[in-house]
Design a protein around this ligand. Structure first.
Ligand code: DC
Length: 222
């Protein structure tokens, strides 16, 4: 039996940074499920698809080959054999990912892939539906949250570091829109399952959040 830690939460709560740090400390594999939705989104953008065209988006995504590999301990996403890690972290791709992740056929394909990954190794997996849908029997479930203004500022800083020139007010609006869509979609919306531990990272350091999660995991599996 492998161990599973599920971390869900809204955009910009720090899930990937924390999940990566926790995985490293425990020597688990980190699985970034958002990257898989982003790879599908990149495909849709490249094919010029209308994000509201469920049939076109679903059939393109069903045909695509998405693979997760690990190079020097880091997750690399391949889309039809191409390493797309460097292309999926933009605002445009994130918004498209949020839009197409409402479709059942897109989700089914990626959830299956995520469940396969978690069967083989100990994982820390982050996303929106990990505790509620992908890994319902996870050993530890975390709901990582932060104030919307803090999350917008983090996203802003990330984009600036990548050389983009974003507007903070606009980003805050986009974060709110994304939250609303991710929390209100019909299939597997972002929810805090009752058994998930709530961690508000607004005013905590990465080290503090990491310690809190590792202590909770050790407490549960003692
Ligand atoms: O975590 P992220 O920003 O990389 O995710 C991009 C989008 O993908 C997010 O807005 C919603 C979708 N997503 C999802 O629906 N389910 C997941 N498990 C992960 C991401």
């Amino acid at each position: 039996m492998s161990y599973q830690i599920a971390i869900d939460g809204p955009a910009g709560a720090g899930k990937s940074t924390i999940a990566k740090a926790v995985a490293k400390e425990l020597s688990f594999v980190y699985v970034d499920t958002g990257a898989m939705y982003r790879a599908m989104a990149l495909l849709c953008i490249r094919e010029g698809l209308d994000k509201t065209d469920e049939e076109a988006v679903s059939s393109s995504c069903e045909k695509a080959v998405v693979e997760i590999k690990y190079q020097d301990g880091a997750q690399v996403v391949f889309l039809n054999g191409e390493n797309v890690n460097g292309l999926i972290r933009t605002q445009e791709v994130g918004d498209m990912a949020s839009a197409i992740s409402v479709y059942g056929r897109v989700r089914e394909k990626l959830v299956r892939l995520q469940q396969e990954l978690a069967k083989k190794v100990d994982v820390v997996m982050d996303g929106r539906d990990i505790a509620s849908c992908v890994l319902p029997d996870a050993d530890l479930k975390i709901y990582l949250d932060a104030d919307v203004s803090v999350r917008a500022k983090r996203r802003y800083d990330e984009l600036v570091a990548k050389g983009e020139k974003p507007c903070l007010t606009r980003i805050e609006e986009e974060v709110k829109e994304r939250d609303y869509r991710d929390m209100h979609r019909d299939i597997s919306p972002l929810v805090r399952v009752p058994e998930a531990m709530l961690v508000d990272s607004s005013y905590m350091t990465i080290e503090e959040v990491k310690k809190c999660i590792i202590d909770a995991f050790k407490g549960k599996t003692k």
